[in-house]
Design a binder for this molecule. Structure first.
Ligand code: A2P
Length: 317
């Protein structure tokens, strides 16, 4: 499997298994199937509420000799309600316990948004449920994440849903640089400038929702369907591949890793194989120049009226 390289030589396989929306009762089996098929990069998060089942499947895989821990690249993410420095290590510990691991390959700050831990909610219901950037500065959360690297709990740390200016301010004060930014990317949202900026700063990119996350509860019937994009269909036909494979190959051909979610064996295999597809410059341009723009994961809840965060600032508009 092709991979992107970290400065210390560690490898991030270009296709990883996405576990967001993978249901309890399904995710463990899907993970075992994925490992058998050759997946070595697994993307998790505390907020997906399925890390325990993933941990049980990992343990089973190690025991059965399907794969060794050292062969895997496992990511998890710090949720917004654990941004206060004293909450960072306990959150990481909980994830490690649930995943039944001693260390993570990568720990990401899930969003540049903080929630009050004492409300006991995963998502805010009112503006008072937020901690403002002054109450929970990103730099302080980051310092606590840096300590996790010092202690050997995480090999790398990074961010998710960060725009250029939030990365720039983090870079100004950090001791350990963020090494990955995980963001929504697909032909409706190529984010060319942010991708270029991250690559120029040696920050690796991972694309979430590479297939448009059509299995999410918040999906609207009116939203565009990546699988039906004309350029995708034409290129898929020319290569004798599926539209999903072309969508994934586009990332790989632009030096970005992607984490498609599937719990279906055939589609897991298809998605993994997409890493081998070579697209021509012309095909890459066609996929990168789609006129229609669409962000599937709008993060609207973070920008609710009265919130100390705004969507304009979040997405850098
Ligand atoms: P399933 O899990 O039944 O395979 P995203 O990765 O953008 O969040 O998208 C996940 C959605 O895409 C899920 O509904 C998943 O369904 C579906 N999916 C995953 N791989 C493929 C594929 N190769 N072809 C079509 N749909 C796919």
């Amino acid at each position: 499997m092709k991979s992107l390289s970290f400065k210390n030589g560690d490898a991030l396989p270009v296709i990883g298994l996405g576990t967001w929306k993978a249901k309890p009762g399904e995710v463990g089996e899907a993970l075992l199937e994925a490992l058998e098929l050759g997946y070595r990069h697994i993307d998790c998060a505390a907020i997906y509420k399925n890390e325990k089942e993933i941990g049980m499947a990992l343990r089973q895989a190690f025991k059965a000799g399907i794969v060794q821990r050292e062969e895997l690249f496992i990511t998890s993410k710090l949720w917004n309600s654990a941004h206060l420095p004293e909450d960072v290590a306990p959150s990481c510990e909980r994830t490690l316990k649930d995943l039944q691991l001693d260390y993570l390959d990568l720990y990401l700050m899930h969003w540049p948004v903080a929630l009050r831990p004492e409300i006991g909610l995963d998502f805010p219901e009112k503006p008072e449920d937020f901690l403002s950037p002054d109450e929970a500065p990103i730099a302080s959360t980051w310092q606590a994440m840096e300590k996790l690297v010092d202690e050997g709990k995480c090999r790398h740390i990074g961010v998710s849903n960060f725009n250029q200016s939030s990365i720039e301010s983090l870079l100004r004060g950090c001791r350990i640089r963020p090494e990955v930014n995980q963001i929504e990317l697909h032909p409706y949202l190529p984010q060319k400038e942010l991708v270029k900026f991250c690559q120029s700063e040696s920050i690796l990119l991972t694309a979430y929702s590479p297939l448009g996350s059509r299995d999410r509860g918040s999906r609207k019937d009116s939203e565009p369907n990546l699988f039906e994009l004309e350029a995708v269909r034409e290129i898929a036909e020319a290569h004798g591949k599926s539209p999903a494979q072309i969508l994934l190959a586009w990332h790989v051909n632009r030096g970005v890793s992607a984490i498609p979610k599937s719990t279906n064996k055939d589609r897991l295999w298809q998605n993994l194989q997409a890493a081998e597809i070579e697209l021509s410059d012309q095909e890459m341009t066609l996929l990168s120049e789609v006129r229609e723009h669409h962000r599937y994961i709008g993060g609207d809840v973070w920008g609710m009226s009265g919130s100390p965060y705004s969507l304009d600032k979040l997405w850098g508009r």
